[in-house]
Ligand binder design. Sequence first.
Ligand code: SF4
Length: 446
Amino acid sequence: MTFPRIHDLLPDARAELRLPDHKPLYTEAEAQAEANRCLYCTDAPCIQACPTSIDVPTFIKKIATGNVRGSARTIFEKNMLGYSCARVCPVEVLCAGACVYTGWHRDPIAIGRLQRYATEIATREGQAPLFTPKPARGSAGLRVALIGAGPASLACAAALALEGHGAVVFEKRAFPGGLNTTGIAPYKLHAGDALQEVEWIAALGVEIRTGIEVGRDVMGADLVDGYDAVFVGVGLGSDSALGLPGEEGAGVYGATAWIEAMKVTRIGQLDLGKVVVVGGGNTAIDMARECAELGAVEVTMVYRRGVGDMSGYAHELELAKREGVRVIPETVPVGFVRLHDGRVAALRVAGAHAGKAVPGTEREIPCDTVGIAIGQSKLRGLADELPGVRLDARGCIVADPATGATDHPKIWSGGDCVNGGKEVVHAVADGRNAAHAIMRRLGKER
Ligand code: SF4
């Protein structure tokens, strides 16, 4: 590995450590009891609902019989990031949402918690490796450069390394893992846990070079020339801004930038005061819940349309409300009120119809902190680095959804930079599928 060890990267005093794990690791007795509830359905709907097609009844059966390592192998055979997916997947709308128990209005099998149980125990330090990569093929094998060290690239690199091919990941940040490290709500996954999973992947023989930005430290054309294939898994860019007067300055944050700072930098004590979060997606809900749990005096979400139009998951919004988050729908920001010393004093808002401000309805919501969670920019600049890769009207890379193949014969892509922002498990599926497509197309030539 070419990135520093975890304890060198993450300060002890970071704020995320103040947020407890909402779904802690099962004990053996709890895991066995839950596993024994599973009906091991044929044509199990939980498998169909998993974007990586994990054989859920088989891994659960292995837990029930005490074969935890075998259970973890079953999970990892389909999803090498099965540990983080167990923690971050919205199982309510994926596998557990499809569980037959849900249809009977009974609690579904806690698939995510069982998956965490198997993967966490089987990959703990000191455990024998679960997989032995095929011997390195050297010049007979492929060498693939992967841009971005998030879930899509890591899944792609792991699949290549297991087959004995070379995989070199280039990451511009100081630490790898992408959103798993910097963007997941801490009560689901801490940054340290995400980095441990990265180390587990790196141990398969994946080379990870951090602090290297493509276009600045290494040219895209050099990667295309110097490697057999390039996989682009760069995710999304920086937070979009409202573009309103007074937005620039202290107290107003892009939501993903704020979450990243809270997770990986030394801001143990936050003086949040009253918080307003603008937006109705999952990032907005995450920031609102995190602020509430970190001791904000009051947290309000402001959304320009109705609650039913919010793109965030209904079950997450319900939890946010239970934690005291107030939701004000059909309201749009129109400006910021700052004190003479620059501090934020209020968000100026107006009532909204069809997402647009209604004249004459302006008012102020007093606050000290504002989070802007209205989306993230696309990394259009990278397209200049990789001529031949086409972007769609949204700024997303155009790639075959089944294989990740782009218009360039040596470049594949997957994850958020292709789909515009979906779940981690979708990025993992994209990366894995692209690895197999690369090996199918190029591997035969070796
Ligand atoms: Fe088990 Fe539910 Fe899947 Fe059936 S649908 S196999 S009960 S987890």
